[in-house]
Design a protein around this ligand. Structure first.
Ligand SMILES: C[S@@+](CC[C@H](N)C(=O)[O-])C[C@H]1O[C@@H](n2cnc3c(N)ncnc32)[C@H](O)[C@@H]1O
Length: 238
């Protein structure tokens, strides 16, 4: 029987199994670019003059928290993920590095219990690729629902570059080298192979960007480093 790689239970299991090695592999898979990309996708947000409510969707183990707090120091940070494995590290991080000030929620974003019209900022790094089109539609509607009027959002995802040579090199790196590194150092080669499978199906954030635009959010598509990552950002106007 063919596996549905977009089934939330399958995705959750994948991230539970990868959680012990994810942070190091994330750094390696993006050649260290993930740190720069996290900073860049947050640059799209304009500061508010009041204490802002931010939510980091699909937070993983909190890889984006430092960049978020640097960009928006006067803010309350809520984070959401559904993987026990990833959240175990996130909760530890909140305690040891963030004085227990990060509110960590274990929920499925597609069936969440978040309040409506509440957040000034919705952010999400590297979480889009494991959603299919119907799920992206729910994500867009939920982003719109939980944002305040005038609230802003920014999303980024690893993507397949449009340049042919870069695409071959990046594909070889992510599809072949990373699983070998995963096997040598971490014991999760199959899980890391899946990341490239998701990326090559996802391609880039254009479809997701259009979906966000079509639900009525002001949305701007953006490419980072020759399309090795892409994303979109914008605002809820009404
Ligand atoms: C690739 S990781 C990204 C982690 C982190 N944001 C980063 O910047 O590296 C994607 C995360 O999304 C979570 N996730 C995937 N689908 C989800 C869903 N439907 N609801 C909540 N979390 C989900 C996974 O558990 C995983 O931790």
């Amino acid at each position: 029987m063919e596996i549905n790689i977009y089934n939330p239970d399958y995705v959750k299991g994948l991230f539970n199994r990868m959680s012990s090695s994810y942070e190091r592999m994330n750094f390696i898979t993006s050649f260290g670019f993930s740190i720069r990309w996290r900073r860049q996708f947050l640059e799209k947000l304009k500061q508010t003059d009041h204490k802002a409510e931010i939510i980091d969707l699909l937070t993983g183990m909190g890889e984006t928290w430092n960049a978020t707090k640097n960009k928006l120091p006067n803010s309350n940070l809520t984070v959401l993920d559904f993987s026990d494995g990833m959240l175990q590290y996130a909760k530890q991080k909140s305690k040891t590095k963030f004085n227990d000030q990060v509110i960590v929620l274990q929920q499925d974003i597609l069936k969440n219990e978040l309040p409506s019209n509440y957040f000034d900022f919705v952010i999400c790094a590297f979480g889009l690729k494991t959603f299919n089109t119907e799920q992206l539609q729910i994500l867009a509607l939920e982003t719109k629902r939980i944002l305040k009027q005038g609230g802003q959002f920014s999303f980024i995802e690893i993507s397949e570059p449009s340049n042919k040579l870069l695409k071959i090199l990046y594909g070889f790196y992510l599809g072949q080298i990373i699983p070998i590194l995963g096997k040598l150092f971490l014991g999760n080669p199959d899980e890391y192979k899946m990341l490239w499978k998701y990326t090559s199906k996802f391609k880039n954030a254009k479809i997701a960007s259009d979906i966000f635009s079509n639900v009525g959010l002001e949305t701007h598509y953006i490419s980072y480093f020759y399309g090795c990552a892409t994303g979109f950002y914008g605002m809820k106007n009404d």
